[in-house]
Ligand binder design. Structure first.
Ligand SMILES: Nc1ncnc2c1ncn2[C@@H]1O[C@H](COP(=O)(O)OP(=O)(O)OP(=O)(O)O)[C@@H](O)[C@H]1O
Ligand SMILES: [Mg+2]
Length: 304
């Protein structure tokens, strides 16, 4: 692995490992960032195949979190084809393009939505920034740390594997892998899990599977059982089945209305499922990650 890439990952590992109460530096501003970081939970939402529902999961998960009193920011890290703002009906004046160009800070471009969550809009149509260089990625992630007021930052990534996506995975506490029951989506989800397992050492996050667009709990469970057992068997990796979201016509209707489905119909099947996902996330947080991430590291230690 490149030196610089390894440095970045080291920075991410320290981010999680630094004990509460230790100031990282004498610089006040930086110390503030470090304090903020510890409070802020980063959830990265990713997938192998495109179009499986990451953006809808990210935005509606954010809404469900905000309804239990959490301050949430959704960051659209799809730097090629951004669309978090589209499904929220927001027209941002500035986006990550301006941050990467150092014309604005991430704090400055963060915008409130009418739904109680904030967003950091992605950039669309700039192929250059869809693949940032190492230094740009590093400064991007440093900027991310300035969003200290949030309890939770949900990062909606582009589909598939790029170095950008891997960095957003590396800096998260939780990584939600979204798939649908389609064989192509399952195969690609397995592909990204394998890449995460091989590219990121000393994993400090937990991998959680969300099966979207299911017709029944049994269908979702079948997909999840298959994926979690394959990941365990062939990658020696624990992937937790977080839950499913039903295929629900309210979702596409909401997308057309440019409103989150949790807003269009908070009681529809998809909304109920997302609320359950947050319930389970909260439970897994309470249980504590120490032993789980320790277990992940042990797995990787064996692999390496
Ligand atoms: N649970 C669901 N029920 C019905 N339709 C859904 C559901 N989830 C997603 N969809 C449909 O799939 C479309 C794509 O969803 P979304 O944009 O969230 O996927 P994505 O993974 O973010 O895509 P991309 O990889 O392009 O970023 C939605 O516009 C919606 O029509
Ligand atoms: Mg998307």
């Amino acid at each position: 692995m490149e030196d610089q890439a390894e440095q970045l990952r080291e920075m991410m590992r320290n981010r999680v490992a630094r004990p509460v109460g230790t100031a990282a530096t004498n610089d006040d501003a930086r110390a503030g960032i470090e304090r903020g970081r510890r409070k802020t939970r980063i959830i990265t939402v990713t997938s192998g195949k495109g179009g499986v529902g990451k953006t809808n999961v990210s935005v509606n998960l954010a809404l469900a979190y905000s309804r239990i009193g959490k301050k949430v920011v959704v960051m659209d890290a799809d730097l090629g084809l951004a669309n978090v703002n589209v499904i929220l009906g927001s027209i941002p004046k500035f986006n990550l393009y301006h941050v990467i160009r150092k014309q604005k800070t991430m704090q400055e471009i963060m915008m409130q939505t009418p739904y109680g969550i904030s967003i950091v809009a992605g950039a669309s149509g700039f192929s250059k920034i869809a693949n940032l260089n190492e230094e740009e990625r590093q400064s991007f992630i440093t900027e991310l740390d300035t969003l200290t007021n949030a309890d939770i930052i949900i990062i909606d990534t582009a589909a598939g594997v790029s170095d950008n996506v891997l960095d957003f995975v590396a800096c998260a506490e939780d990584v939600l892998i979204v798939t649908t029951p389609e064989p192509t989506a399952i195969t690609d989800a397995y592909g990204i899990i394998k890449i995460i397992a091989t590219e990121i050492d000393n994993l400090n996050m937990s991998l959680k599977l969300v099966v979207n667009r299911v017709k029944s709990y049994a269908e979702a469970k079948k997909v999840a059982d298959r994926m979690t057992s394959i990941a365990g068997q062939f990658l020696n990796l624990k992937v937790e089945y977080l839950g499913c979201i039903f295929d629900d016509q309210v979702v596409s209707q909401a997308v057309l209305k440019q409103k989150p489905f949790m807003v269009v119909d908070p009681k529809c099947k998809a909304s109920q499922c997302v609320q359950h996902l947050v319930g389970r996330m909260e439970k897994s947080e309470i249980k504590g990650q120490g032993s789980f991430s320790g277990m992940m590291r042990r797995f990787f230690g064996r692999e390496g």
